[in-house]
Ligand binder design. Structure first.
Ligand SMILES: [Zn+2]
Length: 162
């Protein structure tokens, strides 16, 4: 009995069939392996930066670290010109300063009779033509990501934020 079994496997990155040399090979090529690795690293970075935020009454604040001043600081996100910042030497101090800053802001608005600025939520409806919608659906399917993830990445690339 000869054991000339050819292993046909599916690349977990590009989904193409390929002839595997071992049962543990998961990529059709080195470049697929590398691209998948890079994509995972990037996704990890995005996940981490999403986690490092503070939340209070619908507002989200960034968490940053200043090596120079050896302290944590941040600003409320999505407020544009209405800058609300806070700082602290520990995460707990930062969290307290953050919630106080927002409570103060809301209190000030109330006293002055102003409507508090609602933070941008990051959730919005975008109106595009059905043709573009369909094209994006196809492209995101090819990349095996959601339409939302595809639009987000394209937007970030365009804005030089990636
Ligand atoms: Zn591949």
């Amino acid at each position: 009995m000869s054991s000339n079994i050819e292993l046909i496997r599916i690349c977990i990155y590009c989904n193409n069939e390929f002839l595997a040399r071992t049962t543990t090979t998961r990529y059709c090529s080195h470049s697929c392996n590398q691209r998948h690795y890079k994509a995972k690293v990037k996704q990890n970075k995005i996940n981490t930066s999403n986690k490092e935020t503070l939340k209070h009454k619908g507002y989200t604040g960034s968490v940053e670290y200043s090596e120079e001043d050896n302290c944590l600081y941040g600003k409320v996100l999505g407020m544009n010109q209405h800058l609300i910042s806070y700082e602290g030497t520990t995460v707990e101090e930062l969290q307290n300063d953050f919630t106080t800053a927002i409570d103060d802001y809301l209190e000030d608005c109330k006293e002055d009779g102003n409507e508090p600025k609602k933070p941008y939520t990051g959730v919005l409806n975008i109106r595009i033509s059905p043709e573009i919608h369909s094209k994006i659906a196809t492209l995101s399917k090819e990349k095996k990501v959601s339409i939302n993830a595809y639009i987000k990445e394209t937007l970030l690339l365009h804005l030089n934020l990636l």
